[in-house]
Design a protein around this ligand. Structure first.
Ligand SMILES: [Zn+2]
Ligand SMILES: [Zn+2]
Length: 141
């Protein structure tokens, strides 16, 4: 049986794998950070992401994670935005802004079409060569 351990992606220490994907001390740290954020937000409903980060010392990345996980509600904090992963526009839902999501959807469908075209070409040229190889192999047996 192999040991179910890994390096914690947050602090780099070896830990026993768990559902959180983090070591025990990081989980505790994150809970502390979460509490700090909640406390600050309770008193400063109109604060912004960077303000919250500065006031609590919690990284913008971590706060964004809380928001995406639904742990920090964006609805009750009207000025809370985070950045689109691609163009860094302020957004309040999803991981990317509307225009980037549309662009990406288009790119993926283009990619898909290219791939389909490539597969079709392969199928047109391949069956014959396969058959010949198979036949040759059979003859040598
Ligand atoms: Zn850790
Ligand atoms: Zn964007």
């Amino acid at each position: 049986m192999s040991l179910n351990v890994d390096n914690c992606p947050r602090c780099g220490k070896v830990y026993v794998k768990n559902n959180y994907g983090l070591c025990g001390s990081c989980i505790r740290n994150i809970e502390n950070e979460y509490e700090l954020c909640l406390k600050y937000l309770r008193e400063n409903k109109s604060c912004q992401l960077y303000e919250l980060s500065e006031a609590t010392g919690v990284s913008v990345k971590q706060i964004t994670k809380f928001i995406k996980e639904g742990r920090i509600s964006i609805k009750s904090n009207p000025n809370m935005f985070y950045q689109c992963e691609i163009c860094h526009e302020p957004i309040r839902s999803h991981t990317m802004c509307e225009s980037c999501r549309q662009k990406l959807a288009k790119d993926t469908s283009n990619l898909h079409e290219d791939e389909q075209r490539r597969q079709a070409l392969l199928q047109q040229s391949n069956p014959l060569s396969y058959n010949i190889k198979d036949r040759l192999r059979d003859r040598h047996r």
